[in-house]
Design a protein around this ligand. Sequence first.
Ligand code: TXA
Ligand code: MG
Length: 318
Amino acid sequence: MASIGQDILFAKQLLEKGELVAIPTETVYGLAANALDAEAVSKVFIAKGRPTFDPLIIHVSSDIQLDRYAKDIPALARKLTKHFWPGPLTLVLNKREAIPDIVTSGLDTVGIRCPDHYLTQQLLAQLDFPIAAPSANPFGYVSPTTAAHVNEQLGDKISYILDGGPCRIGIESTIVGFHDELPIVYRRGGVPEEAIERIAGKIESNLVSTSNPKAPGQLESHYAPRKPFELGDINALAAKHKGKKIGVIRFRKGEFEGPHEYFLSEKGDLAEAAQRLFSTLRQLDQTDLDLVIAEKVPDIGIGKAINDRLMRASAKSS
Ligand code: TXA
Ligand code: MG
């Protein structure tokens, strides 16, 4: 198992030596390596069991570093960083040569974000390189939102986990790319599309893709728990699976509460539901239930990103 703590200097030393460190962010925990060190980055792919065609995003301490790693930056991209950085927005931009090909899987673009977490910000401020970090989970599984989640699955593959407590947002960053300067959402996430549209105007999305995806976070089956998982009308699904031991994930508490019911937010708050989504899926994976059924949450704001993850979680089973 990895050691866990808040020792930024130790994390810095490990990264400088080309080792992996798990880091907290406001979205989910990341599995970090020196983004300018190809050999260190290759360890990330190995530890996660991640195919090398799936590019990593790099994390920087502020928008001042944008021009060091990206070029041809659209004015709108800069505007978005002013509004949303630090925060859960990743921009896909044309990359500069400083970024090794292994980070971007040979693409000419690189995903960049500036995380909003005090510990990781302190760490980044002391490094003279950006860090490449995918979510710190085995490829295809649910992202970790606590240090303990990281330790359970990747603890034997990394030496240190920087513990920043439970992640505040709980769902990965929103990914936005540009085609001819026009913004396109590749992955729904922590920044709601409505918030981006207030600044960028109407924005297109390109979310579903089955082969050669722009963002494999777009793979239809991803963020998947191990238990059979079905999404739909709770009563209909419960009737369909009568006789089985069923776990139920509801958005909020209703009048009637059956056995094995889990509420993403008792009071019906979407931000709280996002924060609790992945830990609830993990918790249910550790029970002896036969399957899990869930209902969608209201499809507004961050609710769209929650529904996206619920759909992908159910894609393997249905
Ligand atoms: O919130 C987050 O974004 C977290 C935290 C740790 O920062 N990171 C994260 O990384 O979710 P990851 O690797 O699990 O998901 C990043 C997604 C992947 O689906 C990848 O395919 C996509 O970003 N991506 C990275 N670079 C890209 C690029 N140049 N073009 C298109 N998609 C890209
Ligand atoms: Mg991931």
